[in-house]
Design a protein around this ligand. Structure first.
Ligand SMILES: [Zn+2]
Length: 237
């Protein structure tokens, strides 16, 4: 059992009366300085991470192949499916964009990567129902900070796609499914987004199946025109 008399200070004793002297003030300051330096480094790291997150958009273009990895989309009585049109066209568009020096990728309809997608453009390709109508449709994201850029993107696509394919712009059948397209609500607010209905599986079947080169050309030329002029104010279509 320890001898308490050796550890208990005598009544009335003060510090410095006996035992080791208190540590110099300098030794107690160093841990505080180290802590402060670590805090500053941590704040700097957080600022850097935030800057990277909100920094310039990557030179990436996402092309959604309508209905890919989800469902077949519109289907004709003879079995022609929308997905049979959108997937090869999306792949060909991406290859052409890569050949033009862009980082491009094909994305499934409901890719988890759409949430917060950041890039130069996010474009979705679809084809319309198997009815006796002809024409194409384009809708850009009409809300948020990229709405003007999305309208400009739509304008470029309408002009170039119409010229390459000869199809009329079928504005009267633009539906809420287009103007409220799910990717409009998922992509990062600054990314220009648009959806294209390439034509009707009914009356435009020949173009969509046997004339895909013109379809791809129209989409790529519209995208390249937009990318070349991005940053200019949108004009009224
Ligand atoms: Zn579709």
């Amino acid at each position: 059992m320890p001898d308490l008399r050796q550890t208990a200070p005598a009544s009335g004793a003060t510090e410095g009366d006996h035992g080791a002297p208190p540590p110099p003030q300098r030794q107690r300051v160093w841990p505080l300085l180290l802590l402060a330096a670590l805090s500053v480094a941590l704040v700097a790291l957080c600022v850097r991470l935030l800057w990277l997150r909100a920094g310039p958009a990557p030179r990436r273009i996402g092309v959604i192949a309508g209905h890919w990895q989800s469902d077949p989309g519109a289907t004709c009585p003879d079995g022609l499916r929308e997905i049979d049109i959108t997937l090869p066209i999306a792949r060909a568009v991406v290859e052409r964009l890569k050949a033009s020096g862009y980082e491009a990728e094909v994305l499934p309809e409901y890719s988890s990567r759409l949430r917060g997608y950041r890039g130069l453009v996010l474009l979705s390709l679809h084809a319309d129902s198997c009815v006796a109508l002809t024409g194409f449709k384009v809708a850009g994201r009409g809300f948020g900070p990229s709405s003007a850029a999305s309208a400009h993107l739509a304008e470029c696509l309408i002009r170039r796609y119409g010229a390459a394919t000869g199809l009329p712009f079928h504005v009267s059948t633009i539906t809420p499914a287009m103007t409220s397209y799910h990717a409009f609500h998922e992509a990062a607010p600054g990314t220009p987004v648009a959806i294209v209905e390439l034509g009707f599986l009914g009356a435009d079947r020949r173009l969509l199946t046997a004339g895909q080169e013109r379809v791809v050309q129209g989409i790529v030329e519209g995208l390249l025109e937009f990318l070349a002029s991005a940053g200019r104010p949108a004009r009224t279509p």
